[in-house]
Design a protein around this ligand. Structure first.
Ligand code: LIP
Length: 277
């Protein structure tokens, strides 16, 4: 029931803050960079160490729960979302930023129950901003309530997106075309800051009006998607249809009209599906 998810929120905040301290210290140091799916898909010892720390800590408190962690999945562990309470964890969202010392990095922790996200925590480590949400209880940053912006016209919007780490020229070409069409639509501007989780927090906070991306993963968006909804925004698929956490794509917007305008403009980039080997 609601009571126990509040305890989970508390546990997630505590562990995210502890993880954030480690990341905030390590961002100043020399990093050993390793590669995952491509030469621009990076991982460091910090990602792996922090993920182990988060999972061990939550497992101790919630031994019956399931876990999906970005680096565990990269190491061959499962990524299947069942109805069992499942923690969906990105230890360092914005690993490329982390490697370069660009200060937009976050810990993202979501808890899905019956495949619906009940708890979401995103900790922006360098800025020391703790974003929290529990389904039905609102979204907050350092305890202050969040509210999406009131802009309804694409022509008045500030948008966020990312190129991601899929660099096959066909897929990059569609991404560039999407950006071109939105810029020419026109919109006020498009930004790419390198952290999907923090992009979602910015839309939840009303600092940007929408965010879209093709090629992200459930751990990048689980927590942030709840923050958007609890701040009064909407999450849909890039086609404008219902959002699917495992679909590797998302439009997060301040209002349905904004989401529709973006969906109508976007051309689909072929992506895979989380949870399929
Ligand atoms: C990354 C994101 C980045 C996005 C990528 C990727 P990671 O997460 O935050 O902004 O474009 O799709 O998922 O690998 O740094 O945790």
């Amino acid at each position: 029931g609601g009571e126990s998810w509040a305890l989970c929120l508390e546990a997630a905040v505590t562990v995210a803050r502890q993880a954030g301290v480690v990341i905030r210290e390590a961002i100043k140091d020399e990093k050993q960079v390793m590669l995952k799916s491509s030469v621009v898909d990076l991982v460091t010892e910090t990602d792996q160490k922090v993920e182990k720390f988060i999972i061990n800590s939550l497992k101790q408190q919630f031994p019956t729960h399931s876990f999906i962690g970005e680096e565990s999945v990269a190491n061959g562990q499962g990524c299947s979302l069942t109805d069992n309470p499942t923690w969906i964890i990105d230890p360092v969202d914005g690993t490329t930023n982390f490697v370069h010392g660009f200060p937009f990095v976050a810990v993202s922790i979501g808890l899905a129950v019956n495949k619906k996200v009940e708890v979401g925590v995103v900790y922006s480590c360098v800025a020391d901003k703790m974003y929290t949400a529990q389904k039905g209880h609102g979204a907050f940053c350092n305890g202050h309530p969040l509210k999406v912006s009131k802009v309804t016209e694409l022509s008045h919007s500030l948008l966020l997106t990312e190129m991601g780490s899929m660099r096959e020229s066909e897929s990059v070409a569609i991404r560039m075309e999407n950006i071109q069409n939105l810029v020419c639509s026109p919109c006020h501007g498009i930004r790419q800051l390198g952290s999907a989780a923090l992009n979602l927090c910015s839309v939840a906070a009303g600092e940007a009006d929408a965010y879209f991306e093709f090629g992200i993963h459930c751990w990048d968006m689980a927590a942030g998607a709840l923050l958007i909804e609890e701040a009064g925004g909407v999450i849909v698929d890039t086609t404008g249809g219902p959002f699917d956490l495992m679909s590797q794509k998302i439009i997060a917007a301040n209002c349905p009209a904004m989401a529709t305008s973006i969906a109508d403009t976007l051309k689909e980039v072929p992506v895979g599906r989380d949870g399929i080997q």
